[in-house]
Write a protein that binds this ligand. Sequence first.
Ligand SMILES: [Zn+2]
Length: 483
Amino acid sequence: MLFSKARQIRHSGLLLAALSLISPPIISAWAQEADEAYVVSAGTPADAGAQQIEPTISPIDNSLSPAENNSTTDAIEIDNSAAESEITTPAFTLLNQTIQPGQFRTLYWSPGQSFASIDTPVPVLVAHGKEPGPSVCLTAAVHGDELNGIEMVRRLMYQLEPANMNGTVIGVPIVNLDGFRRGSRYLADRRDLNRHFPGTYNGSAASRIANSLFSNIIRDHCNFLVDLHTGSLKRTNLPQIRADLSNEAVFEFSRHLGGITVLHGRGGEGTLRRAATDIGIPAITLESGGPNALEESAVDGGVKALETLLQNLDIQPTLRFWGTPQPVFYHSEWVRADQGGILMSEVTLGDKIKAGDILGRVVDPVTNTGSDIVSPIDGKILGMAFNQVVQTGFAAYHIGKAKTPEQAQEEAQEEAQDEAIQTQPQGNVQGSSEGSSLNIPSQPAANESDSSTRPMKSMPTAEDDIDFEANNTTSERSSENAE
Ligand SMILES: [Zn+2]
């Protein structure tokens, strides 16, 4: 035990020193807060964004319900004598259960939408490290037909070694258990759960489920959140993360997942990541592959990124290496079909293409006429539709053009400013700090009455991918009220 502890501590220090070159603010924040007993100070002082992610420092009170309990991984005060003892971090309390340091437990969250005797609780996996550190939450299958994330959570959670871990990892493999059982993206009432966060206690079924997940698991227990998705409705994606790069803490967080593709997007109103980001939890979406399938390359790509994240947050080391160790930021655009018919592609995910290259062809099966879909730009295929019957205007290929992180961030900030200007004439802009400032809002989650008055946009297409486009057409935002 002493040997493994010594090894871990040595690793911790070296790792932090190395990683401080890549992502100083978040790492150094945790080095200062959680690891100060044995880590040489690494990097710059925590910046304003990183300070927002500090856990609430309060003693654990196991008598409190999860919703009342603000405590997370709060073992901040560590002196040398404590570092030599077996346990240096307090127990973790979630869903009225206590997870001891070094323990792995399966808990159950009950969204409570059915009558009690047929209610099926949703499993929640928790690995609570022996040493203090941040808590990372992973949510999968918010859309019940998106299977790759479920497998990612399984692979990641069951390789964790809580006895040698710093911090806590919470994995909810199948958030939308109801949709998963029916092979459906949606809830039983045909609503899209990922348009209803943070939810309300007295709203629609979807809104109540969202509220239950958000208040019982996400709000008070996650320092970081990764929501796992796939392409939707017959589209597939290269492993990629989507993040609000205009938010400094989210931007830093997005740099922790190794050589993965990073795309800017604020996330539609009502998405889990946006609701989490709005209350100061750096949150991203990790997209990989397509729906209704378990794809080895997509799963492995996602797991590799998550393992790298845990390493960069100093939670658990990984042996994975990237050919390109840094994430690659992209500006992206969709290329659409100009006629309806049968789409047949000539490219595959990840292909590098040049302007003028033929991406695919749409053929009218009756008249035997067709047209090519041609790329307007040089870039890389980050997402694409499967071969299928399409209508005119169908978004078929998602092409990314590489940018430096700074360029991507700058564009994101300009977009946020434009959006703020566009929304100003409408007067009372709820959560206006999102658009006009780079700081994470410091206010707690909008309470039920607030969020019930917020315009809940029903996406015109209910497609994750198209959220990007919807983000650019803010005028749509107030047109519908899904509640
Ligand atoms: Zn999804």
